[in-house]
Design a binder for this molecule. Sequence first.
Ligand code: 5AD
Ligand code: SF4
Length: 479
Amino acid sequence: MDDISINNQPDEASGPLTHSPAHANTRKVYVKTYGCQMNVYDSQRMADSLAAEGYSTTDTADDADLVLINTCHIREKASEKLYSALGRLRKMKDVRAKEGRELTVGVAGCVAQAEGDEITRRAPVVDLVVGPQTYHRLPQALARVRQGERVVETEYAIEDKFEHLPAPGKEQTRSRGVTAFLTVQEGCDKFCTFCVVPYTRGSEVSRPVAQIVREAEKLADAGVRELTLLGQNVNAWHGEAAEGREWGLGELLYRLAEIPGIARLRYVTSHPRDMDDTLINAHRDLDMLMPYLHLPVQSGSDRILKAMNRKHTAADYLRLIERIRGARSDIALSGDFIVGFPGETDEDFEATMQVVRDVTYAAAYSFKYSPRPGTPGADMDGHVAEAVKDDRLQRLQALLSEQQYAFQRSLIGKSMDVLIEKAGRVSGQMVGRSPWLQPVIIDVHGGRIGDIINVRIIDTGTNSLIGVREMNSASNGTI
Ligand code: 5AD
Ligand code: SF4
């Protein structure tokens, strides 16, 4: 969190926070987001609910009246980083006090949930601690702060989980562009032994079908063309449809595909055990379900998978990939990997490398195991030396980069549909998004944001593609 005053882009995830319409004499909030796309979504919701209280957003802490740090607890020294950011904010608050100007500091997200009033005890600069399940109480909590109280809001009733925050208004959605996140599920009951999520985000709760459809329709009405359904364990989503039938994520996708205006669907993050037949068939039947799937395996060793409590083997995963590819041959896969889980031997690590070779990924995230206090993994024997973890991570990442590069190069000469998202830096250029999530830079005169056009790829960068509009093919999916 060294860049507390620099920008408001999330550190690990994408998706900008956008400004609410500024009006005179409003207070300003700076939201710094760490971690996953769920945090990006939550930060937007917090900014939306504060807009209703007269706050506009700003890009730096320097001109903010309220700084909210939306924290991530998943790896590494999240709380140390938080406290050093809070140290800088304390200095800023002292300077402001001399100038007679106030600064309110709030901590949100998973560290807030995990540490609660430990944060206000350790860091007197903090006025407010709010956990992910209590964001709907943020305006009231701030009102209490203004009365001079220091507030810790981390307790919640399970049925409150989707009280959450109001869906964004039309203008707010418009300002964020033609792609949007939509949370459909929160929490996790899987209890992988390395992971804090079941503790910080609590048990799995699915949002009701009607609520999701209503929000999706509102987003479509405001011009959104691509929806990404979010959940910590998104494919564990289940809900009750009108006739009282139980739905899984597959059924929900078929339903959302009917919404006029929505042209593309995605979902993230999935667990291999929740990829059921209907969901796999949705990949076969729905062209608009993008052919890109993030399906973490974490390790290729059955021994380690068992110790991680993943409840599947490497062979189960490979068979599943085969079925998914059978349903949608152009699907590209991404994954998450952990190296150096307690007890991981060279042989276990080689099994992970083998799974990577067998699957071939288009993109992937790989991490050194980081013991999280309170999780079973932290108390296991056989912690792996840091130097060994470093070495394994380097080897794994070299293989994954090679695969990513090969995937990028394989697209040269291919035609694909690209959703135009914004104007490029150079006049006449537009930036779009490929079916596989890469940004595509296109020389298109007259292309409109929100159009889906057919593009031929002529070159690639590390993550991006460079394309030209196919002249002999009509735009497709435009509105
Ligand atoms: N150490 C390292 N990586 C972890 N992840 C989750 N917990 C840990 C941990 N304790 C990784 C997993 C997960 C991704 C979001 O973060 O790979 O899928
Ligand atoms: Fe964490 Fe495992 Fe749940 Fe994913 S499935 S959030 S890794 S416990």
